[in-house]
Structure formats: structure tokens, C-alpha cells
Ligand binder design. Structure first.
Ligand code: FAD
Length: 454
């Protein structure tokens, strides 16, 4: 007998219920990845994620070869390709991880119909990309939790299953495969210069190093922008090179306030996913409509994108993302608040730009965090405006983060780097750095007026 293991956002062999179930169900398994036209047409395949994905596929192929198999790669419409592979190999069942985006839900439904017609079985596995799947926890009143704290209280009481080992062998039948794609095969354009390397092996190496020490200091240090004291595991979680279940179990075993705070962040993934599963339209529409009449100003948006707003902390964070395809969470909060509140530009404009660059760019986490900051989402303080200068004092007091990412300002010592407009005119003139594109008080007042409907 033959089973298809359809990889999606679970590009790993360790703790992968999809792989284990397929291997357990049949004599032979087709470990299949489809380069899906639908994902490309949705504009989701950008050079940074394409480069990382190519690494992931090569790594997964290596892991499968080490177990006597290999990865089978096809290109086209995912449902049609699965149907073809099932015909060619006589596979009787298809195993797949459950996922939440409108795209993933449609894919699952279409696969179900197609397989039904040919009397094949679709087996959808819940605890692959989530720790606690959407729908498992519901408030008394409604279909999903709209506030994180009560969700998290329940989430942390759910027993987390034992992680599964990787299978020893994966016997694969003879079946046609395309060659492994490079990043350039998947997306046009150049990736950012300093991307992390993708793949399960690299992800596991980083997770082990993280859990072996730095995690214990996470609670105190995670917001220190220059300290770079977060795990940077988000790209590996996004592509499923790492299992969130396994990370929670291993962090819990480490224990202490740092590990606890880290596990709490992982709960945010599930929180956003249960919200998107219930309200898939919130990928594009306000979760809590605020009737914003967003401003359009291409020049201001361009300055924000390029990291030339004249606010050094905002610009540093935007440039970090352009360089590394990753931005510190504190930077994401500050830059998103600046765009949506100080400039009063539609959160969708910012969310799109983040999705164009972030290696961890993820519909649930990105769109719902943007909404959270813009005050159209699940935040309980929707009208809070972050002041980049206050943020600078608290999270980059010495200015090291700004000097690292804004070379024009690298020669200015200490916290003065956050207010280049106060430098003596002769120093100021020598810097190729813009004046602020907007006054902070002006932006804040306009935002509050707009939200008050005046
Ligand atoms: P750590 O601090 O080490 O946290 C561990 C893990 O917990 C992360 O890898 C991530 O999987 C999860 N996590 C942490 N914070 C959040 C959060 N607020 N929401 C959901 N999960 C979280 N995260 C993404 O994975 N993809 C995105 O596209 C994304 N877009 C964002 C956009 C905005 C405007 C904001 C404010 C946040 C966004 N985040 C996104 C959440 C968060 O910023 C990143 O997950 C985090 O910075 C990744 O770095 P890390 O792995 O070092 O995180």
C-alpha cells in the first residue's frame, strides 16, 4: 500500500505527525511537496521566503535520503498534482497538516472532495503547526477568544503531547519528481543580503543553542533592541522546520521565568491562528471595524519603507528588515505604530510591505499583529500611540541599535543619536540623514481626532 505525505508548513521529519502517520499507514510513502501556483498567484512567494524555502526543501530531501527515501517535488495546482501522484502510485490515502488561512482551508476542502470522488482518504492532522489547535479552546460566549490573556490562561492548562521521534526509514515508491528548486526558481528578484539559512537541521541547531542558556534571560532582556536576546526561531516555526509542540515541551523542561515568558510568546501563534480560523476575512478586513479614513501619501509611505523617516529608531528597524528579512518584535511594534497612527496610513499597506520582506511573514501572525497595533484588532488599548522617542529611551537608551543599522548616524555617541535634529547645525549638515517627515505631536493629535470622528 502507498500513502502520500503532503508537506505544507511542516517541513521537518522530527515531531511531524503527518510523516509518522503516513509511514505507519502504508508500506510505501510519497513525501510530496507541490510548488503551488495558487500560493504564487496570491503574491505570497517573494525572494526572501523563496530562498529560505529552497533551503528547507534541500534539507528535507537530505533528511529523507538519510532514511532511505527522498522528497518528491511537483509543480502546479496542489490538488491536481496530488490527484496525479495518487493515480501514478495507487496511493489510497493522503496525510496533511491542518492550517488556518482561507487558502489552506480551501485547499483542504478541495482535496477532500477530489479524494472522495476517487474513494481515497484524506487524513488531516491537528497538532502539527499548532500546540493547541483552533477550536479546542472556546469562550462561553463566542466562537473564538478575542482577548489574549483569558485565552492564554486556558491554553497553559492544556496538557502538551509528547514529541514524536523522526521515523527510521521512509520507503518511497518510484515516482517522477522535479529537481529541487533554487530560490531563483521560485521567485523573481534578489533576496536580502543577510538571510538566515533555512531547514530543519539549522532550526534544530539554533533551538538547542537557544534552550541551552539564552532562554533563561529572555524575560528580562527580550525587549532590549541592541541585545538581540530573542530566539530568532520565527522563520523556522513559520515553515515548520521546528515543531512548536516540541519547543514548548523542551522550554518547559528548562523552567524559570525566561522559559515561561518564551512559551507565552508561542501561545500568541495559536491565539492568532484560532482567530484567523474563525474569521478568515480578517487577513484583509478589520477585526473590529473602526471606520478609519486612512490617509494616502505615497512619499511618506516610501520614506517609511526605505527607512528614511528622520526618526532613527523607526529607520533602524526598517533597515534591519531590508537587510536580514527579520525585524525585532519591538521594532515591528514601533514601525507599525508609526505608520498606522503617526502617519495614519492603512495597516494593509504596512502589512503588505512586511510580507514582501519577512522570512517569517505569515498571514495569521502578520495581519493580526498589524491589526493589533493599528487598533482594529484584538488589542485592549486600540488608541495607544507609541512615541518612538519614549521607546528609544526605554529600549535603546544608549543608541547602539540605531548606530548598528543607520550608518549615517554611526559617529554620534550615546542617546543623542535618537534626536539628530538637535545636533549643532554644522554636524547636522554633514549627515546624509533626513529631517523628521512629520512632527510626533501633530501625528498623534490627528490620529486621536480621526478616531474621535472629528
Ligand atoms: P521570540 O521573541 O523568540 O518568540 C518566540 C516565538 O513566539 C516566535 O518565533 C514566534 O513564533 C512567536 N511569537 C512571538 N511573538 C509573537 C506575536 N506577537 N504573535 C505571534 N507569534 C509570536 N511573527 C511571525 O512569525 N510572522 C509575522 O509575519 C509577524 N509579523 C508581525 C508584524 C507586526 C506588526 C508585529 C508587531 C509582530 C509580528 N510578528 C510576526 C510577531 C513577532 O514580532 C515575531 O514572531 C518575533 O519578532 C519573531 O522573533 P523571534 O523568533 O526572535 O521571537
Amino acid at each position: 500500500s502507498v500513502a502520500i505525505c503532503l508537506f505544507t508548513a511542516d517541513l521537518r521529519v522530527h515531531d511531524n505527525p503527518v510523516v509518522r502517520a503516513a509511514v505507519g499507514a502504508a508500506d510505501q510513502v510519497v513525501p510530496l511537496f507541490v510548488i503551488d501556483d495558487g500560493v504564487r498567484d496570491a503574491g505570497f512567494v517573494v525572494p526572501n521566503r523563496a530562498a529560505f524555502l529552497a533551503d528547507c526543501l534541500a534539507d528535507l530531501d537530505g533528511a529523507l535520503r538519510g532514511r532511505g527515501g527522498r522528497l518528491v517535488v511537483r509543480r502546479g495546482d496542489v490538488v491536481e498534482e496530488v490527484a496525479r501522484v495518487a493515480e501514478e502510485t495507487g496511493a489510497g490515502e493522503v496525510h496533511l497538516a491542518r492550517d488556518v488561512s482561507a487558502f489552506a482551508q480551501r485547499r483542504e476542502a478541495r482535496l477532500g472532495h477530489m479524494l472522495d470522488r476517487s474513494r481515497r482518504r484524506l487524513c488531516v492532522h491537528d497538532s502539527v503547526t499548532f500546540v493547541v489547535p483552533p477550536g479546542a479552546l472556546t469562550p462561553a460566549s463566542r466562537g473564538h477568544f478575542g482577548v489574549f490573556t483569558p485565552y492564554y490562561r486556558k491554553w497553559s492548562e492544556v496538557p502538551v503531547r509528547e514529541p514524536l521521534g523522526a521515523p527510521d526509514t521512509v520507503p518511497v515508491p518510484a515516482v517522477r519528481s522535479e529537481r529541487l528548486p533554487s530560490g531563483a526558481d521560485l521567485a523573481d528578484g534578489d533576496p536580502s543580503p543577510a538571510l538566515p539559512r533555512g531547514g530543519e537541521e539549522e532550526g534544530r541547531r539554533r533551538a538547542a543553542a537557544w534552550l541551552d542558556g539564552p532562554v533563561t534571560r529572555y524575560a528580562d532582556r527580550h525587549d532590549d533592541l541592541a541585545g538581540d536576546a530573542t530566539s530568532r526561531l520565527s522563520p523556522y516555526l513559520h515553515f515548520g522546520c521546528l515543531s512548536a509542540v516540541e519547543l514548548v515541551r523542551r522550554a518547559t523542561a528548562v523552567g524559570g521565568p525566561g522559559a515561561e515568558a518564551f512559551v507565552r510568546q508561542l501561545a500568541w501563534r495559536d491565539f492568532n491562528r484560532q482567530l484567523l480560523a474563525d474569521r478568515p476575512e480578517t487577513a484583509h478586513e478589520d477585526y473590529r471595524p473602526r471606520n478609519d479614513r486612512w490617509r494616502t501619501d505615497e512619499a511618506l509611505v516610501a520614506a517609511w519603507r526605505r527607512g528614511r523617516t528622520g526618526y532613527p529608531l523607526v529607520d533602524a528597524a526598517m533597515r534591519q528588515m531590508a537587510e536580514q528579512g527579520w525585524m525585532h518584535n519591538r521594532g515591528r511594534l514601533i514601525t507599525a505604530s508609526f505608520l498606522t497612527k503617526t502617519l495614519y496610513v492603512d495597516w494593509r499597506v504596512g502589512a503588505r510591505h512586511f510580507l514582501d520582506l519577512l522570512v517569517d511573514g505569515d498571514v495569521a501572525n502578520n495581519q493580526l499583529n498589524w491589526q493589533w497595533v493599528a487598533g482594529t484588532g484584538a488589542s485592549t488599548r486600540p488608541d495607544q500611540v507609541m512615541d518612538p522617542l519614549v521607546q528609544a529611551r526605554r529600549f535603546d537608551g544608549r543608541g547602539d541599535y540605531v548606530r548598528r543599522w543607520v550608518p549615517e548616524l554611526a559617529g554620534i555617541e550615546g542617546g543623542a543619536v535618537h534626536r539628530p535634529w538637535l545636533l549643532p547645525p554644522e554636524v547636522r549638515r554633514r549627515l546624509d540623514y533626513p529631517d523628521p517627515v512629520i512632527g510626533l505631536a501633530e501625528g498623534r493629535e490627528r490620529f486621536h481626532r480621526a478616531r474621535a470622528g472629528r
